[in-house]
Design a protein around this ligand. Structure first.
Ligand code: ME8
Length: 646
């Protein structure tokens, strides 16, 4: 598509909002993008892999307010959560863009000025339905029963002067491009969804927010009373990071992007808003947009109030970074929705990793220690049917993986690799080298079995490297391959017959130890609420495990108010560091709301939310007393909000 010989393979993730800490959804997209970036690097291509954070807009402004921080300070804190996680998960991004960086703001201003000068933007008064969580306007026709058609949350009517991008006029060109380029939007179901969307009239896009309503954004270069709509700001990251507009060499080396990987939640903003903006800017369109599916947890939507948000850092810490990476990409075809459960994770890790690949490596190394003097074997040509079958499976593996990865079929690529691992394990069982070793006449056959198995593992180890970089490296080390350095591209390295003889193998610890299911527990999510607050006969004994189920957190009360028609209840906003919890507490007979602001308290953070007087209560505060409250439990020292209590 491009004649530029220095064009890099350019892959992006969405830039994530810094309104909260990262969860497995964010990890999923970023790991998938990382696999693709690593794969292309292994092909000896120049790669530019970009991720980053979306730091402007209402969501971030509100999150900062809840933490009593300026939006910038808040973003500076939260961004470290993403950066630290990417380091832990071995994400090999070449750049990390923050939308509050000057290089990005310059690019956004440039884009807006260009569109303004080209008369692609105009001012108008707009009356519409605004979805606050999505930061998006909808027309009367689009909303469904007063709710956002996308996220189904209530919308509010807003009328104001704003600026609009003439998006509607690009509908036909965009449709034509999608129809002519079958790979442009993937998977097919998402492509059809976008085509369906474009069958209707396409409205112009409101690209501004009045400063009086939202201050946290990039001011419009042509009207300082407005800031840029967060989506137009965010999408520009894909061109600002590689150097647009100032570093034209850097930019030309990357653009157009080879693939934008996003979740299905942000398909329209990418497929329609971004693509039409690029058409207006007369920039080439990206080659591919892939919108993957959605993870649920044990069949439920991931949500803070359900307390079922899976922390990717904890998962990687407990089960291993590579194992976690493997599970996410193997469990569901990329593009489909998936369900995360610990049972599924443990089952898969034990069967695919500990059993299949772990065993293959360890039994092969043991054979080499016993029958080959601890050295990689001499190349030999097998003649039996099973030799030919194994060689054929290993030899054709690269092209199958290559085909799958060029379609972003990560799961299919892994299935292909594991197919070869299984054939190799069966080959060893059938070949029974331990029997061959007993018979001096079978020496040649033994050599063949050793060579064929070791060569297959070598090929497998190169092909799992993009998915599980540390495990692949360790396999290589144990096979003695780290003794040789190769700068050859993967398609050459993965050819049959490249295993050098005489490398010193060094068997190490099991690559993937088996996991005992009963020892690992998902964070408990739903606890029954305490039965009553009657005075205090000491209750029956509980085990330490029962106590450990409670997630107790230090918090600070940020606001407190009476609840109408409920004399005993107060509505509190409790800051627990990473988030604010709304708690309905029966403490109005003891405390006045104004006495509570700033008070340090202890919150049970993993209680199932309860609805009291129609208000959701997301946790309970610890207090002394029976039927009437004697006092809230607090600390003798100042404790940072969010600290756990044991
Ligand atoms: O939308 N399953 O940021 P965001 C799978 N800032 N993937 C999930 C997921 C889940 N349950 N939850 C989140 C934004 N994701 C904007 C993007 S880009 C110019 C601006 C992943 O923090 C998935 O990739 O809400 C989804 O698209 C993204 O996180 C949304 O992240």
């Amino acid at each position: 598509m491009t004649d530029n010989p220095s064009k890099k393979f350019y892959v992006t993730t969405p830039i994530y909002y810094v309104n909260d800490v990262p969860h497995i959804g964010h990890a999923y997209t970023t790991i998938a993008s990382d696999v693709l970036a690593r794969y292309h690097r292994l092909l000896n291509e120049q790669v530019f892999f970009l991720t980053g954070t979306d730091e402007h807009g209402q969501k971030v402004e509100q999150a900062a307010k809840l933490r009593n921080l300026s939006p910038q300070k808040h973003a500076d804190k939260l961004v470290t959560g993403f950066q630290g996680l990417w380091k832990q998960l071995n994400i090999s991004n070449d750049d990390f863009i923050r939308t509050t960086e000057d290089r990005h703001k310059t690019a956004v201003r440039h884009v807006l000025s260009q569109l303004w000068d080209k008369k692609e933007i105009y001012a108008d008064t707009y009356t519409g339905w605004y979805c606050l969580p999505d930061e998006r306007f909808w027309t009367e026709k689009e909303i469904i029963d007063g709710k956002c058609p996308d996220c189904h949350r209530p919308v509010e009517a807003i009328s104001e002067q704003n600026y609009f991008f003439k998006m509607g006029q690009y509908r036909d060109r965009l449709r034509q491009h999608i129809l002519e380029n079958t790979d442009f939007i993937q998977p097919e179901s998402r492509r059809n969804e976008v085509l369906g969307f474009l069958e209707k009239d396409l409205n112009d896009l409101c690209i501004s927010r009045p400063k009086k309503r939202l201050a946290w954004g990039i001011p419009l270069p042509f009207d300082p009373d407005y800031v840029t709509y967060v989506w137009l700001d965010a999408l520009v990251n894909y061109i600002s990071a590689p150097g647009y507009p100032e570093d034209s060499v850097g930019f030309q080396a990357c653009w157009p992007a080879d693939v934008h990987i996003v979740g299905k939640d942000i398909l329209t903003t990418h497929a329609v808003y971004w693509m039409t903006a690029l058409l207006a800017l007369e920039l080439p369109l990206p080659k591919k947009l892939f919108a993957h599916g959605w993870w649920t947890i044990d069949g439920e939507k991931m949500s803070k109030s359900l307390g079922n948000v899976v922390n990717p850092s904890e998962m990687a810490e407990t089960y291993g970074v590579d194992a976690f990476r493997y599970f996410l990409l193997r469990q569901v075809p990329f593009g489909n929705d998936g369900d995360f459960s610990l049972t599924a994770l443990i089952t898969r890790l034990n069967s695919d990793l500990a059993n299949d690949v772990g065993n293959l490596l360890s039994r092969t190394l043991t054979m080499l220690e016993r029958y080959s003097g601890g050295l990689s074997p001499q190349p030999v040509k097998g003649r039996e049917q099973e030799d030919i079958a194994l060689q054929d499976a290993a030899e054709t593996l690269f092209s199958k993986v290559d085909q799958s990865l060029s379609n972003l079929e990560f799961e299919k690529a892994l299935v292909e690799i594991w197919q070869v691992i299984r054939i190799a394990n069966q080959y060893i069982e059938k070949g029974a080298p331990w029997q061959l070793a007993k018979d001096p006449e079978k020496k040649e056959r033994l050599q063949i079995v050793l060579y064929y198995t070791t060569e297959t593992i070598r090929i497998v180890s190169c092909l799992i490297a993009p998915f599980m970089p540390t495990a692949a490296q360790e396999m290589n080390r144990q096979l003695g391959l780290s003794e040789i350095s190769t700068t050859l591209p993967l398609n050459v390295v993965a050819r049959w017959g490249n295993l050098p003889a005489g490398l010193h193998i060094s068997k190490g610890k099991p690559l993937f130890p088996r996991i005992q299911p009963e020892k690992k527990q998902m964070p408990e999510k739903k606890l029954p609420p305490p039965k009553s607050d009657t005075p205090l006969p000491v209750k029956s004994l509980v085990s330490i495990d029962d106590f450990a189920k409670l997630d107790l957190r230090a918090g600070i009360i940020r606001s407190a108010e009476h609840i109408e028609k409920a004399k005993k209840l107060l509505l509190l906003q409790v800051d627990i560091g990473t988030e604010q919890r709304q708690v309905v507490a029966g403490i109005a007979t003891k405390y006045k709301p104004e006495d509570l602001i700033g008070k340090e308290v202890i919150l049970i953070a993993n209680l199932k939310p309860a609805t009291i007087m129609g208000i959701e209560s997301q946790g309970m505060l610890l207090a002394a007393g029976g039927k009437s409250v004697l006092g809230l439990a607090t600390f003798s020292e100042e404790i940072p909000p969010g600290s756990t209590i044991r």
